[in-house]
Structure formats: C-alpha cells, structure tokens
Ligand binder design. Structure first.
Ligand code: AMP
Length: 283
C-alpha cells in the first residue's frame, strides 16, 4: 500500500494508472477506522481496479465548539487496517495542502442541507461538499463509496455529482452495526460504558418502528412510539426524530419504500445519528 501525502502526487498517481486503463474507487474518510470503514473499502475493491482511501479530518466541516481538536486519530492503526483490506493508496494530505491560502470558493448544495443535521450544524455540509469536490478533482475516481450511516451526506453528495456533472458513480453502503445494534462510528469512542448502553435506544427505536409498520401502524403512531422510547432513555437528548423521504429528505406523510426514520441525539456530550428504511431493511 502506497501512502501519499501530497495532492499533486496523488493526481499524478491516478493519471498514470488511468492511462493504463485502470479504474479507481475512492473512499473518503476522516480515519479512526472501524468495521464500517473497512466494509466501504471492501465494496470499493469490488467496484474498481484500484482503491484509494482518503484520510483527512476536514476542518471546514466542523463548527465552532465541535470536536475538531479532539477528533480521534490513530494513523499507525489506520495504516495497518487499510493495508489489511488491500487498499492501494492511503491518501492523507495536510490541511495546508488541501487549503492553500484562503479559498474563495465553496460548493453549496441548497435545500437538502438546511434541515436535519444541517439545522444543528450550520455550514457543516458546505464543508463536506467542498472537500469532497476537491477530493474528486485530486483523486479523479470513477467510483466513490459512501455510507448510509450519513444518509443526508450521501444524498447531498449524489445531488452535487448530478448538478456539477462529476463523471463519478456514487455507491451507497448499508450501515454496519455492532452485534447489539449500535451503528459503528468513530465517535463511539467518546462514550463511557454507561453512555454506550444508553446509545442503544437509537437502534432499538428503529427496530420498534420497523416492527410497528409491519403490523400496520401509521407514520404518526410510529413517530410517537419512537419519541417515547428515546425520550424515556435517561441522559439522551433528542436533536431530531423524523420520517423522511430518501429522495427529497422532506417529511414523508405515507409509508412506502422511500420512508426512512432518521434520528440524531446527544448522549452525554456525544452527538450520534442513526437511520433506517421502514419497509426494506437495507438498500
Ligand atoms: P467518517 O470517517 O466518519 O467521515 O466516515 C467515512 C465514511 O464511512 C462515510 O461515507 C460514512 O458514511 C461511512 N461510515 C461511517 N460509519 C459507518 C457505518 N457504521 N456503516 C457504514 N458506513 C459508515
């Protein structure tokens, strides 16, 4: 596995292999790998000849008071995990290389970014779309793999690719969970043993919602049930609990195959998100 730290070198590498007819899949990450990241890497290997994993804790997607400085990092461990997954390039650029000087250009996807996580993290998605657009231009992949764990991000990126004609196929990977249901996240490392237990209310609420819908429940009842389940979990503060349409991220009034339960809560100081389709487990 090659480690590349320079954006210029990354582009040279990609162009060299593309000239030989090889396809490249990119997996953008912020590191501190877990099985979710590794599953994305595996999927990337199935989709293209070569896999590039970017590891970049992007400062522009963190708001004031968020965890940029404390975001978990372990480069040596990440390197070994990526190597074990057969990754071809681990691309870890410096902040100064990704953002030389003050950039005057921001990629903004409107409407889709104003609600849900965008409402409590103003500017977050502008940071995400801008850095992902830059990574696309540096790595020049044919395919990029994103997790459904960050469903709003996935939908926003798909829209950016459509609107800006990026010649890149976006692939979604289902949420990878712990055995007890907790969605894997680098931020789970912040949770104390007690908080880790409290965090299970998210996946449990999702299962309850899916079961309720199978038994003929309507959207309002499902939301009530989920709200009650999570509100009754001590030390869990609700940010949002909504039923949304996976195409528009707008509120869905009727349950069909596009209906997703999307949730964000704070457990202690840690913000956690989870989601799932109500009629089909994974897409
Ligand atoms: P991050 O390093 O947290 O920015 O995540 C990098 C990529 O991994 C994003 O596309 C995430 O959606 C995806 N990801 C993170 N956690 C999971 C998970 N539990 N299951 C599937 N994909 C995930």
């Amino acid at each position: 596995m090659k480690i590349i730290t320079s954006t210029a070198e990354m582009t040279v590498w990609s162009k060299e292999f593309q000239a030989k007819g090889r396809t490249i899949a990119l997996v953008p990450t912020m590191g501190f790998f877990h099985q979710g990241h590794l599953a994305l890497m595996k999927q990337a290997a199935d989709e293209a000849d070569l896999v590039v994993v970017s590891l970049f804790v992007n400062p522009t997607q963190f708001g004031e008071g968020e965890d940029l400085s404390s975001y978990p990092r372990d480069f040596e461990r990440d390197k070994e995990l990526a190597r074990g997954q057969g990754v071809d390039v681990l691309f870890c650029p410096e902040v100064a290389d990704m953002y030389p000087g003050k950039g005057l250009t921001t990629v903004v996807v409107e409407q889709l970014t104003s609600g849900l996580c965008g409402a409590s993290r103003p500017g977050h998605f502008d940071g995400v779309t801008t850095v992902v657009a830059k990574l696309f231009n540096v790595v020049l992949p044919q395919v990029a793999v994103f997790g459904q764990k960050d469903l709003q991000q996935l939908i926003v990126i798909k829209r950016m690719v459509l609107d800006l004609n990026f010649p890149i196929h976006i692939i979604a990977h289902p949420i990878v969970r712990e055995e007890d249901g907790l969605a894997l996240s680098s931020r789970n490392t912040y949770l104390s043993k007690y908080e880790r237990q409290r965090a299970l209310c998210l996946s449990q609420a999702l299962c309850m919602a899916q079961q309720h819908i199978r038994q003929g429940g309507n959207p309002a009842q499902v939301l009530d049930l989920v709200h009650e389940k999570i509100a009754s979990s001590s030390d869990v503060e609700i940010d949002y609990l909504v039923l949304i349409d996976d195409r528009t991220l707008g509120v869905c009034e009727t349950i069909d195959e596009h209906a997703v339960l999307a949730m964000a809560v704070k457990v202690g100081k840690t913000r956690l998100i989870d989601n799932g389709w109500l009629l089909t487990r994974d897409k």
